[in-house]
Write a protein of this length. Structure first.
Length: 189
């Protein structure tokens, strides 16, 4: 992807993010995203074949920005379970700062869109998965299959707790306690 294409992609993600935060998923139209981003509607569809796919990309973009702004390298003698739990809790709180956008990305993840989405990569290869593996003391390439499975389970657990917080099934305090417990159970030898 050229630098111009990358810049257009970010403009589209930023526009969708801002519209989603203001209006929620149902009110956002792809042509509004194009207008806000200053691109043609065909350009939006070239990068993102559907609105659910666009909002899943918005979620991944927010996660990449969040992870990029946090230290995710394990230091000697640190408690990896506690650090990973804190990372995931802080990410949830950050995403929930914008309830309409959080709802938009959650709803998009539940929408049936597999027929128009390019093949998805393993969650462990995502920015969040890589951050978790680094906190476990390795990297994606060197990680054992057990560590990759642990990272995958932590992401699935985090997502379930995020949705429970979003729907107010769990309070923030309850979700934080559950995330810490999940990390401890999955990562304690």
């Amino acid at each position: 992807m050229s630098s111009g294409q990358a810049a257009r992609r970010v403009r589209i993600l930023r526009a969708a993010s801002e519209l989603g935060a203001r209006e929620g998923l149902a009110s956002v139209q792809m042509h509004d995203v194009a207008k806000e981003a200053g691109v043609a509607i065909a350009t939006v569809y070239r990068y993102f074949p559907s609105k659910p796919y666009l909002f899943m990309a918005v979620l991944e973009w927010h996660i990449e920005q969040f992870v990029g702004g946090h230290a995710t390298v394990a230091e000697e003698g640190t408690d990896a379970a506690a650090e990973i739990a804190e990372l995931l809790i802080t990410l949830s709180v950050k995403l929930l700062d914008s309830p309409l956008l959080a709802s938009a990305v959650a709803l998009s993840s539940f929408t049936e869109y597999t027929s128009v989405v390019p093949a998805r990569t393993d969650l462990v290869d995502s920015a969040l998965g890589q951050a978790i593996l680094r906190l476990l003391g390795g990297g994606v390439r060197e990680a054992s299959e057990t560590d990759r499975s642990r990272a995958r389970l932590l992401i699935y657990g985090w997502w379930g707790l995020f949705v429970a917080m979003l729907t107010e099934e769990l309070s923030t305090a309850e979700a934080e306690t559950n995330m810490r417990l999940a990390a401890r159970l999955l990562l304690t030898p």
